[in-house]
Design a protein around this ligand. Structure first.
Ligand code: SF4
Ligand code: SF4
Length: 167
């Protein structure tokens, strides 16, 4: 699914995927890690992040203190100057986030200009490798609105679980 198709997806389908993730909060097949690994590999074989970059366009990563130190040093800036220029601190969580979207480091070719030192949050996105997978259902539910890769993975998992399990 490319970004154009993703933007045209039916609302009812997204709701059905969110309901599947919600149910996964209560019932988790024993083989879930294996199912996720298999379907994730198939999904990535047909997903091209460089033709998408929707996460960098529409979402903000969280910048940890270590990220801020590493990235500001890479740019030859002081951490305070880096924060003053591009970030704000969320009152509720204390997390440092981008002031605006798209991300200031996203280039016209959809590549990241600080790729080697990008925030850990970006390096781990879309977090499909997190264990156990179902602990992150809220994150995946939120990302159904932003990330074609997560959308495609959850579609695959739903089909597979409904076909192979009684639940
Ligand atoms: S991780 Fe998801 S939103 Fe980001 S570029 Fe890849 S498919 Fe697009
Ligand atoms: S730092 Fe790079 S990978 Fe992270 S959101 Fe910005 S452009 Fe995307």
């Amino acid at each position: 699914m490319n970004l154009k198709q993703f933007k045209r997806r039916p609302a009812a389908e997204k709701e059905a995927l969110a309901a599947f993730l919600q149910k996964l909060d209560e019932i988790v097949p024993d083989e879930m890690p294996q199912l996720v690994a298999e379907e994730d590999a198939k999904m990535w074989a047909e997903t091209d992040c460089l033709s998408c970059a929707n996460c960098c366009k529409k979402m903000t990563p969280t910048f940890s203190p270590a990220d801020i130190k590493r990235i500001s040093a890479h740019l030859g800036m002081k951490p305070k100057a880096f924060k003053d220029k591009w970030l704000y601190q969320e009152a509720e969580t204390g997390d440092w986030m981008n002031l605006s979207t798209p991300c200031q480091f996203l280039q016209d070719d959809n590549k990241c200009s600080i790729y080697e030192v990008r925030p850990l949050d970006c390096a781990e996105f879309p977090h499909h490798n997190k264990q156990p997978f179902d602990n992150y259902n809220d994150t995946f539910t939120q990302n159904l609105s932003y990330c074609p890769a997560t959308y495609n993975l959850v579609q695959r998992l739903k089909k597979r679980v409904e076909r192979e399990y009684e639940w």
